[in-house]
Design a binder for this molecule. Structure first.
Ligand SMILES: *Cc1c(COP(=O)(O)O)cnc(C)c1O
Length: 448
C-alpha cells in the first residue's frame, strides 16, 4: 500500500508564523489568571515552561499534527499530548467511535464488553502480557505493578534507574526523570523516608551497578523496573546487552523484571520495546497510546502473577472509572489504526527524516548535538554525547536548548519544553511538516 495513505490530510491550509515574533496576549492573560487558581497555573508541572523560561502557550484545539493556541497561532506539534496522539490528534475515526460510545453513557462502573476487546488487543500485541488490568493513568499502573512485584516475591526492595520516570507515586520519586528532572528537585518534600527506603537506584545502562545492589541485598529485591527505552531524561537507548543482562540477572536472583512501557508501548513498535528488542519481562505497564488520548493505564504479565490481583487473588487494587467505555473505545480505535500495514515503517521513516534533518541543520550551524530516534520517538541533546545515562544527559547545554525551544516556538514548531523529554511524531506528520520543521530549525540554529 502507499505510505501516503497513512498520512491524515490536514484540511486547513498551513499559515505558520514565519516571522520570529509571536502574539501570545490571550495565552499570557489566561496563564496569569491560572496562576491564581492552580499551583503554578497548570495541572502538570512540565507544561508551565519553567525550565525553558517564557510563558506557556495555552492551546485552543488540536488536529492531526497541528495545534492552535488561543491567539490563533498554529504549530506543528511534536509533543502529541506526551505520546497518546500517535495517529494524529483528533483522528476522525477515533472521534466517530467516541461519538457513538457517548450515546451509551460515559461510565458504567460495571463490566463492559469493550474491556475484553482492548484486553485481547493488548494481550495479542505485547509478548509478556497474558492478562491485563486497566487503570486510569501510567502512575496508577506503576504503583499497582510495584505492589504486585512485592506481593508475588514477598520481597520489599525494588531497583529503578536514575532518570527513569514511573509516575509520581512516593516509592518512585527517587532520582526520577521528567518533571522532577526538569525542575531540579532531588526528591520531593512530602515523600517520607519510609516510602523510599526500599527503592534502590542505579545508573541507566550500568549492569555492574545492578549486580552490586543484588549482592548487597541478597534475597531482598523483588525486581527491577525500567523504561526499556528512556524518554524521561531525554531520549536514551539501552546499550547492546543491557536489557538481556537485566533479564538474566533477575532470573538468577528470583526477582521480577518489569518494563515500564507507558511511553514506548505501541510507539516504538506495536508490541513495544519488548517486541523490538526481543527481551520479555515478567510484567509490563502501559498507558498513553492505549488510551488514544483518554485517561488509561494498564499493567499485565504472566497469568500466574496477574492472578494474584483482586478479586482473583489477594492483592488489592481497584478504580471507580477503570475500564471506562469512552477510554476503552479511544484505545481500541487507536490500536486498530496502528494495525494497518506499513504504520511503523512510516513512523520510522518520517521520524528519521526529522531527526537527521535537525541534527544536520544544527551541526551545519556549528552546534554540538547528539540525538536519534526509534520509530516515532526521538530526542536531541545539546552536547556532543554520547548519552547513555541521566548523568550524561545532564551535561547538555540547557540554556542553549531554552533559546532553541523559544526560537522554534516563534517559528510555529511546538517542542517539548524541556531538554529531558523525548519528542513524538505521529502518522499525521507529513513530509512537508518535517521539511517545514527543518527549515525553521535552520533559522533557529542561526540565531541562538
Ligand atoms: C508518562 C509516564 C508515566 C506516568 O504516566 P501518567 O499517565 O502521566 O501518570 C509513567 N512511566 C512512563 C515511562 C511515562 O512516560
Amino acid at each position: 500500500m502507499s505510505l501516503g495513505r497513512l498520512c491524515i490530510d490536514t484540511e486547513e491550509e498551513s499559515d505558520l508564523v514565519s516571522t520570529a515574533s509571536l502574539n501570545t496576549q490571550k495565552s499570557d492573560e489566561i496563564f496569569a489568571a491560572a496562576q491564581h487558581l492552580m499551583p503554578g497555573g497548570v495541572s502538570s508541572p512540565v507544561r508551565a515552561f519553567k525550565s525553558v523560561g517564557g510563558q506557556p502557550i495555552v492551546f485552543d484545539r488540536v488536529k492531526g499534527a497541528r495545534a492552535w493556541d488561543v491567539d490563533g497561532n498554529e504549530y506543528i506539534d511534536y509533543v502529541g499530548t506526551w505520546g497518546p496522539a500517535i495517529c494524529g490528534h483528533a483522528h476522525p475515526d477515533v472521534l466517530q467511535a467516541l461519538a457513538a460510545a457517548l450515546e451509551k453513557g460515559t461510565s458504567f462502573g460495571a463490566p463492559c464488553a469493550l474491556e475484553n476487546v482492548l484486553a485481547e488487543m493488548v494481550i495479542q500485541a505485547v509478548p509478556s502480557v497474558e492478562m491485563v488490568r486497566f487503570v486510569n493513568s501510567g502512575t496508577e499502573a506503576c504503583m499497582a505493578v510495584l505492589r504486585l512485584m512485592r506481593a508475588y516475591t514477598q520481597r520489599e526492595k525494588v531497583i529503578k534507574f536514575a532518570g527513569c520516570y514511573h509516575g509520581h507515586a512516593d516509592m518512585f520519586l527517587v532520582q526520577a526523570g521528567s518533571g522532577v528532572a526538569t525542575l531540579g528537585l532531588p526528591d520531593s518534600p512530602g515523600v517520607p523516608k519510609s516510602a523510599t527506603q526500599n527503592t534502590l537506584a542505579a545508573p541507566y545502562n550500568d549492569l555492574e551497578a545492578v549486580k552490586a545492589l543484588f549482592a548487597e541485598h541478597p534475597g531482598e529485591i523483588a525486581g527491577v523496573i525500567l523504561e526499556p527505552v528512556v524518554g524521561n531524561s531525554g531520549f536514551v537507548t539501552p546499550d547492546a546487552g543491557f536489557l538481556e543482562g537485566l533479564r538474566e540477572i533477575t532470573q538468577e536472583q528470583g526477582a521480577l523484571l518489569v518494563f515500564d512501557e507507558v511511553m514506548t508501548g505501541f510507539r516504538i513498535a506495536y508490541g513495544g520495546a519488548q517486541a523490538k528488542f526481543n527481551v520479555i519481562p515478567d510484567l509490563t505497564t502501559l498507558g498513553k497510546v492505549i488510551g488514544g488520548g483518554l485517561p488509561v493505564g494498564a499493567y499485565g504479565g504472566r497469568r500466574e502473577i496477574m492472578e494474584m490481583v483482586a478479586p482473583a487473588g489477594p492483592m488489592y487494587q481497584a478504580g471507580t472509572l477503570s475500564g471506562n467505555p469512552l477510554a476503552m473505545t479511544a484505545g481500541i480505535k487507536t490500536l486498530e489504526l496502528l494495525q494497518k500495514p506499513g504504520t511503523y515503517e512510516q513512523l520510522e521513516r518520517i521520524t528519521r527524516k526529522l531527526i537527521d534533518g535537525l541534527l544536520q541543520a544544527g551541526r551545519d550551524a556549528g552546534h554540538e548535538l547528539y540525538g536519534g530516534n526509534i520509530s516515532a520517538m526521538f530526542g536531541m541533546f545539546f552536547q556532543a554525547g554520547p548519552v547513555h545515562s541521566y548523568d550524561d544527559a545532564k551535561k547538555s547545554d540547557l540554556e542553549k536548548f531554552s533559546r532553541f525551544h523559544r526560537a522554534m516556538l516563534e517559528r510555529g514548531i511546538y517542542l517539548a519544553p524541556s531538554q529531558f523529554e523525548a519528542g513524538f511524531t505521529s502518522l499525521a506528520h507529513s513530509d512537508e511538516d518535517v521539511e517545514q520543521t527543518i527549515s525553521a530549525a535552520r533559522e533557529a540554529f542561526a540565531v541562538i
